[in-house]
Design a protein. Structure first.
Length: 294
């Protein structure tokens, strides 16, 4: 991939792009008002774009089959979302959508990404796309530009030692301040008002931990031991996030003696003691007889 000058693109979602008859912002608004589950439609669209960004040389991510149940239940029912997909560079081939040979249309992608924060109920989708761009080095400047437009801070991070932990007040749990791991790769999310409830959910679902950011707990699926290998310290003071890691405590082996076994043991000990008493008495008698014979 070659570095691009993203300042050449018009990233205002409410500006009419050359040759377009509707703005990107209007399309996103229509997609959110569409049939079925609009949020799920946008999630599938986000996933399709993120897959291309993360795997630019894998052909299997360049096509979306219209026959798949996921597609039919989401983008297939939402024309505005399908138009966003086409405007980002996926061409309708009848049985599938296929990415054009020249790749994604970055100007269009930038416009609908930058309007998510204003349109959606939450900014999770914006964050995921920005992080996907940020992880693709040639597009880091675009990620920062979109983050600024969306009002969502991109987290500058550095690796962190797993030893920089504090007890979290519950067996098996550790707390890392200003730390995150696998940002955007959320297995589940819930309000973080009740920390103990979040920990219970993680333990029962076998999650390795969760990050609390802006009052929401974002759960991570890998084990706690695995997550500790790639901790990232968040450098911006304005980004307040706390990571909780869970590793099940090692269970101490317990040895319980059944009543029958205990009774048998006591009985055996009793027999041993009786045997020793008899031997001692026989020895004393032998000594007495020996002295009399003298």
């Amino acid at each position: 991939m070659q570095h691009c000058d993203w300042t050449a693109y018009q990233l205002d979602p409410f500006a009419l792009a050359e040759g377009a008859t509707v703005t990107t912002g209007t399309l996103v608004g229509s997609a959110l008002q569409g049939p079925g589950d609009p949020k799920r439609c946008l999630e599938v669209l986000v996933k399709a774009i993120s897959n291309v960004l993360a795997n630019p040389n894998q052909l299997r991510f360049m096509e979306l089959s219209k026959a798949s149940a996921t597609f039919q239940q989401t983008i297939g029912q939402n024309e505005a979302c399908a138009m966003l997909l086409r405007r980002c560079g996926f061409q309708d081939r009848g049985h599938c959508y296929q990415l054009q040979r020249t790749g994604l249309r970055w100007g269009e992608l930038g416009r609908w990404m930058s309007c998510f924060h204003a349109r959606c109920m939450d900014c999770l989708q914006t964050y995921r796309l920005i992080m996907a761009l940020l992880n693709a080095t040639p597009y880091a400047d675009l990620a920062n530009d979109l983050a600024a437009k969306a009002g969502f801070p991109v987290r500058a991070t550095v690796p962190r030692s797993s030893l920089d932990a504090q007890p979290a007040g519950r067996p098996g749990w550790l707390r890392y301040e200003s730390t995150d791991v696998d940002a955007g790769d959320d297995a589940y999310q819930m309000p973080a008002d009740d920390l103990q409830a979040c920990m219970t959910v993680a333990e029962e679902a076998c999650f390795g931990g969760f990050t609390i950011f802006r009052g929401i707990a974002y759960f991570r699926e890998p084990s706690g031991a695995e997550l500790k290998q790639r901790l990232q310290q968040v450098l911006e003071a304005s980004v307040q996030c706390t990571l909780y890691i869970y590793e099940p405590p090692a269970q101490q082996p317990s040895f319980q003696v059944s009543p029958a076994a205990a009774s048998s043991s006591c009985s055996s000990q009793s027999h041993v003691n009786v045997g020793l008493d008899e031997e001692e008495a026989a020895l004393q008698e032998a000594i007495r007889l020996s002295m009399m014979s003298d």
